[in-house]
Design a protein around this ligand. Structure first.
Ligand SMILES: [Zn+2]
Length: 78
């Protein structure tokens, strides 16, 4: 698995949707690639931030994660 594939599979992996064979390749890549360990760590922090935003401001569940991220990014700038 390449770092690019890792990033593409990350959403599915976190959601528990990755087939066993790909999940195994995903974990093997994580074991040998510090870059992707950092990437996963940052990704999880972003997800946590979105969850906190939802809890604090009752953002509807159906708001796409990409939109929430865009909102968070724009708030950082202001
Ligand atoms: Zn990697």
């Amino acid at each position: 698995m390449t770092c690019r594939e890792f990033a593409e599979f990350l959403d599915a992996w976190l959601a528990g949707l990755l087939p066993a064979e790909q999940a195994g390749a995903f974990r093997r890549h994580l074991a040998v690639c510090p870059h992707c360990v950092n990437y996963l760590d940052g990704y999880r922090r972003t997800v946590d931030a979105v969850e906190q935003l939802r809890a604090a401001e009752t953002v509807p569940e159906e708001v796409p994660a990409d939109l929430v991220r865009a909102i968070l990014a724009s708030r950082k700038e202001s």
